[in-house]
Design a protein around this ligand. Structure first.
Ligand SMILES: *[C@@H]1O[C@H](CO)[C@@H](O)[C@H](O)[C@H]1NC(C)=O
Ligand SMILES: *[C@@H]1O[C@H](CO)[C@@H](O)[C@H](O)[C@H]1NC(C)=O
Ligand SMILES: *[C@@H]1O[C@H](CO)[C@@H](O)[C@H](O)[C@H]1NC(C)=O
Ligand SMILES: *[C@@H]1O[C@H](CO)[C@@H](O)[C@H](O)[C@H]1NC(C)=O
Length: 456
């Protein structure tokens, strides 16, 4: 008998023992699971609905796995609870439903030493539930997820350091306040930290995240964090997404951000970055796909930093007190632009003709600036972008008749008509009026009574 035969025979016999003598969930986990289910929803009589082994016939939302012992007692099997999800999501994943009295039974939850995933979805919506200490949740936990639990409140207590395998820490839409959990910065296995829409706050400037080498997503949006962005953020070399929008961060974007070589999504909008200009360091972050900086008070002119940013599809610079002209280089280099927001600034001059050549645009918002001159878009562009071509609030901007009156240009009706086709910008008129000399190059100094003026 050769080796492969032997192996397949072994596998077969293993399978048959699996089927014939499925291991039981041990009594501690069985009893703890009843207690956890009762703490989530005591209106359901879990013990009579599920009288058997809870891994053999488990309620939705409970996942068990089989483990094979190695070392002493090798080959012996056991079964453990590895995933728990609470809160009705849909008929297709009808997890144990929560109610107004749902609680988190931490002692019972800490009985599951093999628990990898723990999810609470719209579970704490009635009476307030203090956010639990996570220390007991076991060293193999990878996903700790709370989504839309407005009654989960209070500050984090204790230390999260013992969750050494944690990859995803998600707490979205709760009433949790105060600072992030102690020890979060020590969890080097973390790939995602999403703490959006809570009541968290604190000064972030002295935070050192240098141990979070595997972090791909950091989302602190819609909280009350403040302070300067720490230099150490620039060391998050795996980071793909950084969302710090709707907080009170201030100062400027550190030079160290050029270390975020993989960053694709950067949202710093609606913070308190003041008078620091559009960050030049963006020009060195060549993986960027979406950049949102709206609703700060960056001020200054739009810099020429776009050469290496051809991957950008979304760019928001609205409401920033920006002045000066829109650089044509934006239209030249940002070939993948789908969304551009430059509205509610103090931009002037014309809309660069390069913008008219962009192929992928689906929304273009230049409202409420001081732009002037003829819009550089053709009929195809205007009909494709439609109502999402937003140009209102620029009283000196004009449109050619064909565009405004075409069926597709209805929404450009508010723009005035351009008076005449483009003429050379520099015109010299003979004072006798008999002959008109057009010179479009360098103006010459002339002594015999010429009038020199600029058109437009
Ligand atoms: C749950 O609590 C909310 C207020 O916290 C209340 O408006 C609602 O009626 C309660 N629902 C039930 C079923 O008791
Ligand atoms: C947010 O937290 C602060 C304390 O940090 C508290 O005074 C306030 O009531 C909380 N707000 C909400 C909506 O929970
Ligand atoms: C962050 O901590 C690391 C050690 O964990 C240290 O080497 C580094 O200098 C610190 N960085 C800052 C900016 O404090
Ligand atoms: C432009 O300003 C007007 C009047 O202040 C306002 O109603 C409109 O919403 C602004 N447009 C945008 C895109 O914010």
């Amino acid at each position: 008998m050769n080796l492969s035969h032997l192996l397949s025979l072994l596998t077969l016999s293993l399978l048959s023992t699996l089927i014939s003598s499925q291991p039981f969930l041990n009594s501690l986990e069985q009893e703890s699971l009843y207690q956890v289910l009762e703490s989530i929803n005591s209106d359901i009589s879990w013990r009579s609905l599920f009288p058997d082994d809870l891994c053999y016939s488990s309620p939705h939302g409970v996942v068990c796995e089989y483990f094979m012992k190695s070392g002493a007692g090798a080959g012996e099997e056991s079964v453990h609870v590895t995933e728990l999800s609470f809160g009705f999501i849909s008929d297709y994943s009808s997890n144990p439903p929560c109610n107004n009295h749902s609680k988190i039974n931490v002692p019972a939850l800490s009985a599951f030493k093999q628990l990898k995933k723990l999810l609470f979805y719209k579970c704490f919506t009635g009476y307030e539930v203090p956010v639990p200490e996570f220390e007991g949740f076991g060293g193999v936990l990878e996903d700790l997820v709370f989504i839309e639990n407005p009654s989960l409140v209070g500050p984090f207590k204790g230390d999260i350091r013992s969750l050494g395998s944690l990859k995803r820490f998600v707490l979205v839409g709760s009433g949790v306040s105060g600072w992030v959990p102690h020890g979060l910065g020590e969890l080097s296995s973390l790939e995602q930290v999403t703490l959006s829409r809570n009541n968290l706050s604190g000064d972030i400037s002295r935070v050192n995240v240098s141990k979070l080498r595997n972090l791909k997503v950091l989302d602190l949006s819609y909280n009350g964090f403040f302070g300067y962005l720490p230099e150490s953020f620039g060391g998050l070399e795996s980071l793909l997404k950084l969302d710090l929008s709707y907080n009170e961060f201030s100062g400027e974007v550190p030079e160290s951000f050029k270390g975020l070589k993989k960053l694709e999504f950067l949202d710093l909008s609606y913070n308190k970055f003041f008078n620091c200009g559009v960050p030049l360091v963006l020009g060195e972050m060549s993986s960027l796909k979406e950049v949102y900086l709206s609703g700060n008070d960056l001020r200054g002119e739009i810099p020429e930093i776009w050469e290496n940013l051809g991957g950008i599809s979304g760019l928001g610079l609205s409401r920033n007190g920006l002045v000066g002209n829109i650089p044509g280089s934006m239209g030249l280099f940002l070939k993948n632009l789908c969304y551009l927001g430059l509205d509610n600034n103090k931009l002037e001059g014309s809309v660069p003709s390069e913008f008219g050549t962009l192929q992928l645009v689906s929304e273009f918002n230049l409202e409420n600036n001081s732009l002037s001159g003829k819009i550089p878009f053709d009929a195809k562009f205007v009909s494709k972008v439609g109502k999402k071509l937003k140009l209102k609030g620029n009283s000196q901007l004009c449109v050619e008749e064909e565009l405004r009156d075409g069926s597709f240009g209805d929404h450009l009706k508010h723009l005035k008509l351009c008076k005449k086709p483009d003429v050379p910008r520099l015109v010299l008129l003979h004072d006798s009026g008999s002959s008109v000399v057009l010179v479009s190059g360098v103006a010459m100094a002339v002594s015999w009574g010429l009038i020199l003026f600029l058109v437009r």
